[in-house]
Design a protein around this ligand. Structure first.
Ligand SMILES: C[S@@+](CC[C@H](N)C(=O)[O-])C[C@H]1O[C@@H](n2cnc3c(N)ncnc32)[C@H](O)[C@@H]1O
Length: 233
């Protein structure tokens, strides 16, 4: 059983996070165990600041949606209970604060946790410290950055929320998915998620949908979209 002692986290990781944002520890269940996650202290203020910078004409400012804790991550974490990830090599896309990737590492997977922006990765380095031997953490922008490896499992929670992201997300999936690999994408059954489902269907993937019931609000399950490359005859 993996345990976490946040006092063991090297000061240099704490200093690096302190240098870029206000954050605090939040206790939550991750990978079936009680875990301390490092999270942003004021996500709303960060979103307002990003909007102001965009309004002022600054280019390349990405909305800090990573700063919020999304139910889709807890749902995908719960879904991972039903598949054997131990010893598997996994790539997480748009990991935000890293709930899903850390859950997979706690369950024994070797995980590359990635996000398009660097700030949340400072938090991920702290939260994943007890499972650091199974975690690699790095920046990866959909459609722009490519890793040399191909992965049997790709994970993404709440990364389908923006139509403009879909072509780049698909490119990233195509680049990193092993030929017989599987992608699991979760979302809280948003309308935009339904649109993504229709958009992805003509692409060469077999599509299966799962629903994960959540204790906090059983009437609003989390959807997990399972995508596998269509077999070529
Ligand atoms: C709604 S948040 C979800 C975060 C996390 N997966 C969760 O469920 O808590 C979407 C995530 O996608 C990341 N993202 C947005 N655009 C991206 C891009 N072009 N490349 C890589 N990541 C991106 C954001 O930085 C953010 O962390």
């Amino acid at each position: 059983m993996i345990t976490q002692d946040i006092s063991e986290i090297p000061q240099k990781l704490v200093d690096a996070a302190n240098a870029v944002l206000d954050w605090h520890w939040q206790e939550t269940e991750v990978g079936g165990v009680d875990w301390h996650m490092a999270v942003a202290s004021d996500p709303d203020a960060m979103l307002v600041e990003a909007c102001e910078r965009q309004d002022a004409g600054e280019e390349g400012v990405i909305d800090p949606f990573w700063a919020t804790t999304w139910r889709a991550a807890a749902g995908l974490d719960r879904f991972l209970q039903s598949i054997d990830v131990k010893g598997k090599s996994i790539l997480e896309l748009g990991c935000g604060t890293g709930h899903v990737g850390i859950a997979a590492a706690i369950r024994g997977a070797d995980v590359v946790l990635t996000d398009g922006v660097e700030d949340p990765l400072h938090l991920v380095r702290m939260s994943s410290y007890p499972v650091r031997s199974r975690c690699q953490i790095q920046r990866l922008r959909f459609g722009q950055d490519e890793l040399p490896e191909r992965f049997p499992i790709l994970l993404g929670s709440d990364v389908t929320y923006l139509r403009q992201l879909w072509p780049e997300l698909l490119e990233c999936i195509e680049q990193h998915l092993a030929p017989d690999g599987v992608v699991f994408l979760s979302d809280p059954c948003r309308i935009i998620g339904n649109e993504f489902r229709e958009w992805i269907k003509p692409h060469p993937f077999d599509y299966v949908e799962h629903k994960v019931q959540m204790d906090d609000d059983p009437e609003h399950p989390i959807r997990v979209m399972e995508l596998r490359r269509e077999a070529v005859n």
